[in-house]
Design a protein around this ligand. Structure first.
Ligand code: SAH
Length: 398
């Protein structure tokens, strides 16, 4: 990957951080996700669904709760973007199976958006036991199969290829992996941060500033911006716009969970390898590169097509979803000390404000009509309160 980048930089000059990040992560030959994709204990970083089954179960309940609030539509698609090892969808499918009587008349299908051949293979193994059919000649669905619980699953490279229709979208630690542009305010105005070859050290990369403005400085920075350093992820903006249009037209909801901020942070671009911070410019393709998600930007990019909720901290969301009760049940049902310790340890990882509890947030897109009371002019006395959105306020267990 480094050799490929050095050749490119020698031929065409410095590249944007976005281009560098895209190459390092998803280059079809040598990208990090394409070849390595090291999620989990033995990899480079560990994510909440890999820590505890409870995480995915509560998210499964969130979708069921929104499905009920929408009046139990006859069909829904669950669309996960960047499903990693497939663990989150697997845990959600277990919840759907447990609630089979509730869902018996509903036509459920799973749609996974994944660019990494290596990770899609792992997902296929996890979700179907490896019983999948490749469709190399189909430009949109490149693989399909049936889940262990009997639900059809389809794989795509792009969200645009997923059929329209009532859908629940899920993006867990997906937006942070999309390429960002970086900008620095200087005395001469905004300049874009670029990646170039270091002339002092052979085969090493360094950051430089563009000598003048670039198309990105002109298009992606708001005039009212007050920060001196800025990261913008236009690809995340395009995807959110797409999701907002889909939800506006077809109904459903999107749940985004990631580490991020609400338009306040500056320099968050970093790398992880073997669970340790890694210099983003060294050995590209061998480490995960990531930047905090700017939720204020996502909210703006919905362009008012949907309502948004959050971001709220992971520990608040999970608490509102009833994680304490779920933990109690699992503890009561487990008789050996090792399992109980494991349950308590994973609860602490997810909920402790110093661990994942405070740095991860949940954010949702919902159709406006979810919050609008149907016209009750004729019978105002029969008004019942609108069902609250689970997770973003306390779930009432009746
Ligand atoms: N959601 C999983 C994995 C997070 S890692 C979890 O929380 O465990 C990021 C995931 O997004 C990987 O599956 C990676 O291959 C995928 N990905 C990265 N860039 C992508 C893109 N542009 N389009 C689709 N998937 C992408």
């Amino acid at each position: 990957m480094l050799r490929h980048l050095l050749l490119k930089l020698r031929a065409t000059g410095p590249v944007t951080v976005a281009e560098y990040m895209r190459e390092a992560l998803t280059n079809p030959g040598e990208g990090y996700y394409t070849r390595r994709g090291g999620i989990g204990e033995s990899g480079d970083f560990v994510t909440s669904p890999e820590i505890s089954q409870v995480f995915g179960e509560l998210i499964g309940i969130w979708y069921i709760s929104e499905w009920i609030a929408a009046g139990k539509p006859k069909a829904f698609q669950l669309v996960e973007m960047g499903p990693g090892r497939g663990t989150l969808t697997d845990d959600i499918l277990r919840v759907f199976k447990q609630l089979a009587s509730l869902l018996s008349k509903c036509d459920v299908s799973i749609h996974l958006v994944e660019v990494s051949p290596k990770l899609s293979e792992i997902q296929a193994q996890m979700l179907t036991g490896g019983k999948v059919q490749s469709n190399p000649e189909d430009k949109s669905v490149y693989m399909k199969g049936i889940s262990k619980t009997g639900i059809p699953i389809f794989w795509y490279r792009d969200i645009q290829d997923v059929p329209l229709g009532y859908s629940f979208y899920l993006a867990h630690e997906f937006f942070d992996a999309l390429p960002i542009h970086k900008f620095q305010r200087t005395e001469k105005g905004w300049r874009e941060v670029l990646v170039d070859i270091d002339p002092e050290v052979p085969d090493q990369l360094r950051f430089v500033l563009s000598p003048s403005s670039t198309p990105a400085t002109q298009n992606f920075i708001q005039p009212e911006e007050t920060r001196n350093h800025l990261e913008v992820c236009p690809e995340a903006g395009v995807i959110i716009q797409n999701l907002a249009c889909r939800i506006e037209k077809g109904g459903g909801a999107a749940l985004v969970a990631d580490y991020g901020h609400d338009g306040t942070k500056t320099d968050t671009f970093r790398g992880f390898r073997n669970h340790k911070l890694h210099d983003v410019l060294s050995a590209p393709g061998t480490a995960d590169l990531t930047a905090d998600v700017d939720f204020s930007y996502l909210r703006k990019m919905t362009q008012g097509r949907t309502a948004t909720l959050g971001p709220i901290k992971q520990r608040e969301f999970l608490k509102n979803m009833g994680i304490d009760l779920r933990l109690q049940v699992l503890l009561q049902n487990s008789c050996d000390t090792a399992t109980r310790e494991q349950l308590l340890h994973s609860y602490d990882m997810l909920m402790n404000p110093k661990k994942m509890g405070d740095c991860f947030s949940f954010f949702a897109l919902l159709p406006h009509h979810r919050f609008a009371r149907p016209d009750k002019k004729h019978k105002p006395e029969s008004e019942s309160p609108l069902p609250p959105v689970a997770g973003f306020s306390e779930l009432l267990l009746k």
